[in-house]
Design a protein around this ligand. Structure first.
Ligand code: NAD
Length: 322
């Protein structure tokens, strides 16, 4: 088995690093700035580059790096890697699509439940006015909503969409889904006592889902144009909420701000942004937006699972490389 030289530029679970090093591979677990990446790869004979979404791997980088055999995207979206050019150069590109679905889905539900009870606003106001205006704040946030019996509209019924459907079903929500490439999606709820319950959701037209949903959540890949723009926001229910933990750009942020200001939407939750890593201040400061800095996949459990998958892929490459 060939010993490989690996650069994990956006971090790697310690257990994965340990396993790789035990197998004799050399692992650089550090952040090399984008502009120095090509030189580092060449100077250190790196065989495998492991990235999350932060490091960009465009053709201009791949043109400069000779020894690279494999790029592993620790996560799902491959939009930060020029996969077509990598293929042309004979560089294998892998990702770990399954490992983080549950983590993203749980963050979505955290935003959903938090938004329904104004936690995003309350957490901002309580430190400032909690000791002087307690009663006013209590009044302000007293019209929260339960989610049981409400409808969640899932746009994109792939791995994460189905995981969100499971959690929503567990909370007693109605599930509606739109996915132009999926006719029906099945999922299984596993309970603590070993019991299981199976569900199948038939997808519906986008308009239908937007019209009926109290909460709309997106789980689609990066797109050329927004899936939710002015027209779609208009279709949504008065007072509905929107959650985007998919990719920046799948929601038109300027139109979203207008829908929040007009009261059409009660709140929005964002984990991803059109202009990452510097979202516009108007969005960041908006009282009706619940915000996280692209942490959907970032749980200890997901990182462990991602690490395990990366180790497997690197061992395969090492075995094939002789
Ligand atoms: P997936 O490929 O399993 O599912 C995506 C689904 O979207 C597919 O079923 C596809 O048919 C559907 N789809 C494609 N275009 C569509 C459209 N225009 N409208 C409706 N549906 C459409 O992917 P996944 O693993 O479920 O990931 C979904 C998204 O979540 C990706 O964009 C991924 O990058 C993102 N993601 C975000 C985080 C985070 O940290 N926030 C972490 C992981 C993944």
């Amino acid at each position: 088995m060939k010993k490989l030289r690996i650069l994990a530029n956006d971090g790697l679970a310690p257990s994965a690093k340990e396993k790789l090093e035990k197998a004799g591979h050399i692992v650089y677990d550090r952040k090399i700035p984008q502009e120095e990446l090509a030189d580092f790869i060449n100077e250190n004979d790196i065989d495998v580059l492991v990235v999350r979404s932060a490091t960009k791997v465009p053709a201009s980088l791949l043109k400069k790096v000779e020894p690279l055999k494999m790029i592993v995207r620790a996560g799902v979206g491959l939009d930060n890697i020029d996969t077509a050019y990598a293929k042309e150069k004979g560089i294998r590109v892998e990702n770990t699509p399954e490992a983080s679905s549950r983590s993203v889905a749980e963050l979505v539900m955290a935003h959903l439940l938090g938004g329904a009870r104004f936690l995003h606003e309350s957490n901002r106001e309580m430190p400032l006015r909690g000791d002087t205006d307690f009663k006013d704040l209590k009044k302000q946030y007293s019209a929260g909503r339960e989610v049981r019996g409400k409808t969640i509209g899932i746009l994109g019924m792939g791995r994460i969409g189905r995981e969100v459907a499971k959690l929503a079903t567990g909370l007693g929500m109605k599930v509606k889904a739109y996915d132009p490439y999926v006719e029906e999606a099945s999922y299984t709820l596993d309970f603590f006592d070993g019991q299981q319950a199976h569900f199948t959701v038939r997808t519906e037209p986008k308009e239908e889902v937007l019209r009926e949903a109290d909460f709309v959540t997106l789980h689609v890949p990066a797109q050329d144009k927004p899936v939710i723009g002015k027209k779609e926001l208009e279709m949504m229910k008065e007072g509905a909420a929107l959650i985007n933990a998919a990719r920046g750009g799948v929601v038109d942020e300027a139109e979203l701000l207008k829908a929040l200001d007009s009261g059409k939407l009660s709140f929005a939750a964002l984990d991803v942004y059109e202009s990452e890593p510097a979202p516009p201040i108007k969005l960041l400061m908006h009282p009706k937006v619940s915000l996280t800095p692209h942490i959907g996949a970032s749980t200890l459990e997901a990182q462990e699972r991602i690490g395990e998958e990366i180790v497997k892929k690197i061992h395969e490459l090492a075995a094939q490389s002789g």
